[in-house]
Write a protein that binds this ligand. Structure first.
Ligand code: VTB
Ligand code: MG
Ligand code: MG
Length: 323
């Protein structure tokens, strides 16, 4: 993949973030998601690549755009797999809460796991503990390893976990062990990547969230030198069958970072919609001036770029129409 693609992709996440931010705090998650999806889709046309959506908004019959299998890009340039979540955190935006973002991962054709939209168990650590933790280890053991590798007392280890009933026992055990729990409402992608970023103070991500979000996060975690293990969680025969159809024969298998994203030719890009661990949200600065914060990373070089942009809403007529 050309390295220019990294910068091109940021324009796509910016467009999605700008569009969905118009819906911040309005209690309308479907509209927020639609706005992000439409903006992302139209910006993709101008990117020089031959892309295929492998993780998107659904199957052809359930999603009008960014559906799995859709071809994107100008039709020239590298052949790539594309994984998108135009608005990671539709409920977040509806409620006006923190941690929503527009995200994309792209990678060499055939290198991203084709994960159906279902649950996935995940464990993410930063570079210090990479290669040393296992999804099936008891959480207490994992915390001990992380305390040692991150040079912290157990009482200072922070585990980020989604606030859900399904995690109640896990949360209890982490607290009983003496570590801290940082509960987030929505947005696995930002929460899991924060673990692998320097200076966030978050040491471990555990829990069950979306499988698509897992694959997208994996591209960033690989770029940051962190580690991730995962396992699909099919809830019924139908979900089990969807895994098979997408090429995952043994769903009980632990997926390593290299199973989620093969090789190192992967790019991750995100633009904040609302402020979170990773990025600031879209800021309306007065007049027609709007500021966005984005991050883009390449696994091949490990370079992480922060891109702040000022946009003129008056020169983006499609954003005006949603008023
Ligand atoms: C997960 C998580 C996402 O929604 O998919 C979650 O990965 C859904 O969990 O980041 P519930 O079914 O418990 O609501 C997000 O938080 C946002 O899309
Ligand atoms: Mg989505
Ligand atoms: Mg999502």
């Amino acid at each position: 993949m050309d390295r220019e693609l990294a910068l091109e992709i940021v324009r796509v996440t910016e467009a999605a973030a700008l569009a969905s931010s118009q819906w911040m705090g309005r209690g309308r998650k479907i509209e927020a998601d639609d706005a992000a999806t439409t903006a992302m889709r139209s910006m993709f046309d101008s990117v020089n690549m031959q892309g295929t959506v492998v993780i998107g908004e659904g199957e052809l019959d359930e999603a009008p755009m960014l559906y799995i299998g859709e071809e994107l890009g100008s039709g020239n340039g590298p052949e790539v797999d594309i994984a998108v979540d135009p608005l990671e955190g539709t409920s977040i935006v509806a409620k006006g809460h923190p941690n929503a973002m527009a995200v994309i991962a792209i990678a060499d054709r055939g290198t991203l796991l084709h994960a159906p939209d279902m649950y996935m168990e995940k464990l993410v650590v930063g570079p210090e503990a990479a290669g040393l933790v296992r999804l099936d280890d008891p959480i207490e053991k994992t915390i001990d390893i992380i305390a040692k590798m991150n040079n912290k007392r157990v009482r200072d280890v922070t585990v980020i976990i989604q606030e859900r009933e399904r995690h109640a026992e896990l949360i209890e055990r982490i607290r009983a062990k003496g570590a801290r729990v940082n509960l987030f409402g929505d947005g696995d992608v930002g929460a899991s990547i924060a673990v692998a970023m320097p200076r966030t103070g978050i040491d471990l991500f555990v829990g069950t969230g979306g499988a698509p979000e897992g694959v997208i996060s994996a591209a960033a975690i690989k770029s940051l030198g962190g580690d991730m293990q995962a396992r699909l969680v099919p809830m019924n025969d139908e979900e089990e069958a969807r895994c098979k159809k997408m090429g995952v024969e043994d769903t009980s298998r632990i997926l390593q970072l290299n199973d989620l994203v093969k090789g190192d030719d992967a790019i991750f890009a995100a633009t904040g919609v609302s402020t979170g661990e990773l990025l600031e949200g879209v800021r309306f600065l007065g007049g027609d001036l709007v500021e966005t914060d984005s991050i883009v990373m390449r696994a091949k070089t490990g370079t992480v770029r922060y891109i702040k942009a000022h946009h003129r809403l008056n020169q983006k007529p499609h954003l005006q129409e949603q008023e």
